[in-house]
Write a protein that binds this ligand. Structure first.
Ligand code: ATP
Ligand code: ATP
Ligand code: MG
Ligand code: MG
Length: 257
C-alpha cells in the first residue's frame, strides 16, 4: 500500500539506531528456564544435552550472521558480540536483537531432537533479548568477564547444592547448608563430604562456552572433478577457556580490532 493515505503512520516508528563505533552485545536469555529444565527433566546441576544444544544454536546464528565475531554462553543465556565497525541493519537495535533471538529460538526447536532424542518438547521455548553497546575494548572485556564470573559463581553453587541433594538431603536442607558460605567453604564441602575436586570438573561447566571463528581444514568433493578438495574455512567453534585473564586476548589480538 505504498503512498496510501495510511502511510503516514510510519512516522510513529521511532529510530533506535545505536551510536557508531561502539561494541554491540546482544544477550538472549531463556524465559522461565528453571521450569523448562524441570519439565524436560534436565540433569542437575548441568545437563550436557542442553548445553550442546545452546552451543549448536549459537553456532548456527554465527554461520548465518557473519557480522558476529564472538559469542559467550552459559546456562540459558548467550551473548553475541558485533564489532565497532558493524553496520548490520544500519545498527538498528530492535532489528539486530529480534533477528538474532528469533533465529536462535527457531534453531532450538528445530534441532531439539538431535540432542534430546525421544524426549518430547513439551511447549515452545522462548527467549528474551536486549542490545547493549560498550564504548571501549576494556568495557567489552569486562562485560565478558562479568558473564564468565557469573557462570563460575552459579556453577560452584549449583554443583555443591546438587551434590548435597544427591547425597540424600532435601533441597531446603541443601539451601540451609549453603546459606552464608564463601567460595572456599563450597570447595571444602565438595572435597571433604562428596569427594569432588571442583577444579577437576569439566571446563565446559566451569568456564561456559566461548565461540570464535577458527581456521579449520574442511574437505569437500569438487563438483567438477569428483575429487576431494581441502580448504581452510573459518568455522564458529566453541571453546571452554578462561576469557577473564589476559592470556587468551594476547593470543587472539584480532578479536579486539
Ligand atoms: P527468567 O525468565 O527470568 O530468565 P529463568 O527461570 O530462566 O527465569 P535464569 O536465571 O535465566 O532463570 O536461570 C536459568 C535456569 O535454567 C537455571 O537456574 C537452571 O535451573 C536452568 N538451566 C539452564 N541450563 C541448564 C542446564 N544445561 N542444565 C540444567 N539446568 C539448566
Ligand atoms: P526483509 O528481511 O527485509 O523483511 P523480506 O523478503 O522478508 O525482507 P518483506 O517486505 O518482509 O520482505 O516481504 C515478505 C515477502 O514474503 C513478500 O514479498 C512475499 O514475497 C513473501 N510472502 C510472505 N507471505 C507470503 C504468503 N503468504 N504467500 C506468498 N508469499 C508470501
Ligand atoms: Mg532465563
Ligand atoms: Mg539465565
Amino acid at each position: 500500500m505504498a503512498n496510501s493515505k495510511y502511510e503516514y503512520v510510519r512516522q510513529f516508528e521511532t529510530v533506535d539506531k545505536i551510536i557508531p563505533n561502539t561494541w554491540l552485545v546482544v544477550r538472549i536469555d531463556g524465559r522461565g528456564f528453571h521450569r523448562f529444565s524441570q519439565q524436560h527433566a534436565f540433569d542437575k546441576p548441568n545437563d550436557r544435552r542442553a548445553i550442546d544444544l545452546m552451543n549448536r544454536c549459537a553456532v548456527e546464528v554465527m554461520k548465518d550472521i557473519k557480522d558476529i565475531t564472538m559469542a559467550y554462553g552459559q546456562s540459558d543465556e548467550y551473548s553475541f558480540v558485533l564489532p565497532k565497525s558493524s553496520n548490520l541493519y544500519a545498527r538498528r537495535a530492535s532489528k539486530i536483537s529480534s533477528t538474532i533471538v528469533s533465529m536462535f529460538a527457531a534453531n532450538y526447536v528445530m534441532r531439539w531432537s538431535e540432542y534430546f532424542g525421544n524426549v518430547t518438547l513439551q511447549y515452545p521455548p522462548c527467549f528474551d533479548s536486549r542490545v547493549v553497546c560498550y564504548p571501549s575494548d576494556q568495557n567489552l572485556r569486562d562485560y565478558l568477564s562479568w558473564r564468565q564470573a557469573d557462570c563460575h559463581i552459579n556453577n560452584l553453587y549449583n554443583t555443591t547444592f546438587w551434590a548435597i541433594v544427591h547425597s540424600g538431603k532435601t533441597e531446603t536442607q541443601a539451601e540451609e547448608d549453603l546459606r552464608g558460605t564463601f567460595s572456599k567453604d563450597k570447595h571444602e564441602i565438595l572435597f571433604t563430604q562428596h569427594d569432588i575436586n571442583y577444579n577437576n570438573i569439566e571446563q565446559i561447566y566451569r568456564k561456559g562456552s566461548f565461540i570464535i571463528r577458527q581456521k579449520t581444514k574442511v574437505t569437500s568433493i569438487s563438483p567438477n572433478t569428483g575429487e576431494p578438495v581441502e580448504r581452510i574455512k573459518l568455522i564458529p567453534t566453541p571453546l571452554h577457556i578462561d576469557i577473564i585473564g589476559d592470556a587468551f586476548w594476547t593470543e587472539h589480538p584480532d578479536l579486539l580490532k
